[in-house]
Design a protein around this ligand. Structure first.
Ligand code: SAH
Ligand code: SF4
Ligand code: F3S
Length: 450
């Protein structure tokens, strides 16, 4: 009898990728994914701890799952990801109906842990060690052993994790604690994974890491000579990689070589997510971001020189402890200067064991909300103006979703474009579209070549 797995993923793409790996690992033990927790024998929450709200969401869902388990007493509930890493066995105390807690580097232990529970050898399993030299195992091994190696037919894009952890210790951030030290995967493993994916029909690859720009700099594993720009070049040259993206980048390590990649690699998408966090040097310093506003702007200028059509996006935190009105005005001014195509902005949130959680001069909730609202409203206007620049232009888009009345696609610059369907369009196909209308968050167009 097949067993049924319901997995819910919170947080970043790293977690999404980890969830895929978990599904693949458990498929070997006969688990089939289902879309409702009520249909499952095993529920896994792959959790995020980046802000207090993200963590609260996990605990409220766990609370609701208690009822699901009352109806189905054989249901096993497991927690993995960053909250699992951070809270460890405290999760059992708070949520006694949870029977497995797995840290970020231990997901490969899940099948063994489940087997021990099934054999009745234990009633609770926890594995949360963070190893200094943890390297993600080659994906090949998982594929060989898995009964379902091919991606589903509509799958055309995939993430590849190229590094684990983070060494930057920005003062507000839990990631160095939840993901451990920064380690780059060996180049050969990454290239092998790309080859495997394109052989299975994948057209777009996104290389993932908390700070991909420092790939190969701080690691005992990858070949020293291979920096991130070299790795990108190697991946871009693999036949079948039609689009290549990466995320995320810390501006401090954005090299000249990486900027040049946008000039020379045709399949590298002209989009750069470059988290600024703040426009004020005083705040950046307290955040322990190792660049200044001036250096950041220089990098933006050089990037645009290397690739004039590049679309830039960013992450911003408002209301960092001690952020004055004039600090915040500098963030607004950064937005006016760079005119990002889009951004993700957040209210500062205290996180366990971070340095900033003990900083003085915390900002009141109303002020944070006001600042966030101001930033986001202005960003929306700018996004709309940026999008309007595309009206009348013809752009290449990759098809994402074909519905009866509308096709959703994406430009290399990461803009979503909707257009009326034509026959035989499939996800992953590249077509040309003439942009006819711009909204704040997406564009409309007409297919001009198929
Ligand atoms: N490695 C990436 C960021 C990963 S976390 C980088 O260095 O840019 C994603 C975003 O969450 C961060 O860029 C930051 O804007 C936000 N964030 C992280 N910790 C936060 C906190 N304590 N409060 C509010 N936002 C936070
Ligand atoms: Fe967190 Fe900073 Fe590392 Fe990004 S670079 S994950 S913000 S510590
Ligand atoms: Fe969240 Fe962990 Fe990613 S805290 S953002 S899931 S690295």
């Amino acid at each position: 009898m097949p067993k049924h797995l319901f997995i819910k993923t919170f947080g970043c793409q790293m977690n999404e990728r980890d969830s895929e790996i978990i599904e693949q690992l458990l498929a070997q033990d006969g688990y089939i994914s289902v879309s409702q927790p009520e249909e499952a024998d095993l529920v896994i929450l792959n959790t995020c701890s980046i802000r207090a709200k993200a963590e609260q969401k996990v605990f409220s869902l766990l609370g609701m799952l208690r009822k699901t388990q009352e109806k189905n007493p054989l249901l096993t509930i497991a927690v993995c990801g960053c909250v699992a890493q951070q809270e460890g066995k405290a999760i059992f105390k708070r949520m006694p109906h949870v029977s497995i807690v797995v840290g970020t580097q231990q997901i490969y232990q899940l099948p063994n842990m489940l087997a021990r529970l099934e054999r009745g050898e234990s009633t609770r399993e926890i594995s949360c060690d963070l190893e200094k030299s943890f390297v993600i195992p080659p994906f090949q091994k998982l594929l060989e052993e898995s009964p379902a190696p091919s991606p589903a037919p509509s799958e055309y894009k995939k993430f590849i994790t190229i590094m684990q952890g983070c060494n930057n210790f920005c003062s507000y951030c839990v990631v160095p604690a939840t993901r451990g030290r920064e380690i780059s995967r060996p180049v050969a493993d990454i290239l092998e994974e790309v080859h495997l994916l394109v052989d299975r029909g994948i057209k777009e690859i996104t290389l993932l890491g908390q700070n991909v720009n420092s790939y190969g700099l701080t690691n005992p594993v990858a070949e020293k000579a291979t920096g991130f720009a070299d790795l990108l070049t190697l991946v871009a040259q693999i036949p079948g990689v039609e689009r290549l993206r990466f995320t995320s980048s810390n501006p401090q390590d954005l090299s000249h070589e990486l900027m040049q990649c946008f000039k020379y690699l045709d399949n590298l998408c002209p989009h750069f997510h470059l988290p600024a966090q703040s426009g004020s040097n005083a705040v950046l310093q307290r955040m322990h971001r190792k660049y200044t506003r001036e250096l950041y702007l220089e990098k933006v200028e050089s990037l645009r020189l290397a690739c004039p059509e590049i679309a830039l996006s960013t992450d911003i935190i408002v209301g960092f402890p001690g952020e004055t009105d004039s600090d915040f005005e500098q963030t607004m001014d950064l937005l006016e200067t760079v005119r990002y195509h889009g951004s993700f902005s957040f209210k500062y949130s205290d996180r366990p064991h971070t340095r900033s959680s003990s900083f003085e001069n915390k900002i009141a909730e109303e002020i944070k909300s006001e600042r966030l609202h101001r930033f986001q409203s202005r960003q929306d206007q700018i996004s709309l103006e940026r999008n309007q620049e595309l009206v009348g232009k013809t752009v290449d888009v990759m098809i994402e979703q074909v519905k009866e009345k509308s096709v959703q696609s994406r430009t290399g610059s990461n803009h979503i474009v909707h257009f009326a369907p034509k026959e035989n369009l499939i996800p992953g196909e590249l077509v040309s579209v003439r942009i006819t209308h711009a909204g704040m968050h997406s564009l409309n167009g007409e297919i001009s070549d198929h």
